[in-house]
Design a protein around this ligand. Structure first.
Ligand SMILES: [Zn+2]
Length: 233
């Protein structure tokens, strides 16, 4: 997996809502990944874990109808309210064991270390961690393992990290309101600065184009004057 460069996940019923049908955080272990195909899924926004794959250049995301319906409407209407609280599920306590093995696994997952490529981790433990990782969701700010029983926060941010894309919505998960704000506030500031920068560049481009056009007209005008004076002679 660490040599993977292109990943095709089209038509996979992927959503942002449940961990089981989303992209596992272990995708960030693919350090050579440059292109991901997420077309025709049910995503509201891109999973924030993609932002932790620095080699990623292009994400294809056509045909996620919820993506346009929910996130872009959200973007235009709730611009000041991009943090949503998600209530926890009422689970049987049997599923929430806090034995040493579970706690140790949680600590490894929280560290975001690529345990698959770590020779000090025995194969049996890798298998166990792999099972845990498939169902685990980490806070995007502090990397705490989130349990489905406790409330969490969904955070929407808008970034433009990929080639040819502008304003890509991302969905993050946070364990507390504090972590949610630590994700949302700098992202909003960055988005506003980027919008200001784009406006400035557009204005400069327009001014330059107008100057070029006037200059061209001036040259053409002087040429036609010369031509007219030559023919009248
Ligand atoms: Zn957190």
């Amino acid at each position: 997996m660490c040599k993977l460069e292109r990943l095709y996940l089209t038509h996979n019923l992927l959503t942002n809502r449940t961990t089981r049908r989303s992209i596992p955080f272990t995708i960030s272990f693919c350090r050579r990944l440059v292109e991901v195909y997420l077309d025709n899924n049910q995503l509201d926004a891109l999973p924030c874990i993609l932002l932790r794959v620095p080699s990623l250049e292009r994400v294809h995301r056509h045909g996620n109808h919820n993506y346009f319906k929910n996130t872009f409407m959200f973007y235009h209407t709730d611009i000041q309210d991009r943090i949503l609280m998600m209530p926890g599920m009422n689970l049987n306590k049997m599923f929430l064991r806090k034995d040493l093995k579970n706690l140790a696994a949680g600590a490894v997952l929280s560290s975001r270390v690529d345990f698959y490529n770590n020779p000090t981790v025995p194969p049996g433990v890798k298998e166990y961690l792999s099972l845990k990782a498939n169902n685990a969701e980490l806070c995007d700010q502090c990397s705490r393992v989130l349990t489905s029983s406790s409330p969490s926060y969904r955070v929407f941010t808008f970034k433009n990290p990929y080639l040819g894309n502008t304003c890509v919505p991302f969905q993050h998960t946070a364990c507390t309101l504090l972590c949610a704000e630590d994700i949302e506030i700098p992202a909003r500031r960055e988005q506003m600065n980027s919008a200001r920068q784009q406006d400035l560049e557009y204005e400069q481009y327009m001014q330059q184009s107008m100057q070029d056009m006037h200059q061209e007209r001036g040259i053409l005008g002087s040429r036609s004057d010369t031509l007219r004076s030559k023919t009248s002679r």
